[in-house]
Design a protein around this ligand. Structure first.
Ligand SMILES: O=P(O)(O)OP(=O)(O)OP(=O)(O)OC[C@H]1O[C@@H](n2cnc3c(O)ncnc32)[C@H](O)[C@@H]1O
Ligand SMILES: [Mg+2]
Length: 197
């Protein structure tokens, strides 16, 4: 079976990718599966594209192999697009999902129902030694709930209700999430490239 390295240390993302790549007959490993620990890549970019490229190219150069990276986050209109590229560390450097989503809920307390629109964004970058890096962006539109609901998924899933659904992302099964998610959507746009692998 073909194997792809995903330059992430996020267990939730790694799980999403495992399932997403299964149907292409590709096995996925993440930085968490490597024997030699790899230093975190500093995410100094101002955009998801910059950060995804930074992660993919740094790890690809280090290991001299093709690498896919994911930079993603939640953009909330009422908060002028925050937490955006700062989604992982919104409530502090320890990247705590629970604290992050509660910070968002507190900031959204005064937001009326019609002003709770938001979107998940995912940018995938494929870096290969000696070749130009490819990036693709996927989005999933929805609204922010008033309390966390559901236990599946990770990050902000319990407070995000995708448009056209009565459930939060954390109430969906892993494959239901992948069918509509920003990550699934970004990977669809890479499909032709994936098929050529
Ligand atoms: O950089 P890597 O190692 O991949 O892991 P990370 O968690 O730091 O990942 P990002 O820098 O891309 O930050 C993305 C954050 O956005 C949130 N997020 C991204 N995709 C999500 C999803 O599918 N469901 C819920 N939250 C998500 C979640 O809090 C992530 O920590
Ligand atoms: Mg990160």
């Amino acid at each position: 079976m073909k194997k792809w390295l995903i330059a992430t240390k996020n267990k939730g993302k790694a799980k999403d990718f495992k399932l997403l790549f299964e149907k292409h007959g590709i096995e996925v490993i993440s930085l968490l599966d490597l024997e030699e620990p790899i230093e975190d890549v500093e995410e100094t970019g101002m955009t998801f594209e910059e950060n995804a490229t930074l992660k993919a190219e740094t790890i690809s150069k280090k290991l001299a192999m093709p690498v896919l990276a994911d930079d993603s986050g939640l953009e909330i209109d009422f908060l002028d697009g925050r937490p955006g590229v700062y989604s992982a560390r919104y409530a502090g450097e320890d990247k705590n999902d629970h604290n992050n989503l509660h910070k968002v809920l507190t900031e959204m307390k005064r937001a009326p129902d019609e002003k709770r629109t938001a979107r998940f964004v995912c940018v995938l970058a494929v870096a290969r030694p000696g070749k130009e890096t490819i990036t693709k962006r996927g989005i999933c539109e929805g609204t922010i709930t008033r309390e966390p609901i559901g236990t599946n998924g990770f990050g902000y899933d319990p407070i995000f209700q995708p448009n056209g659904m009565t459930k939060t992302m954390a109430e969906l099964s892993p494959s239901e999430k992948n069918n509509i998610s920003h990550r699934g959507n970004a990977l669809d746009k890479l499909e032709n490239w994936v098929k050529g692998q």
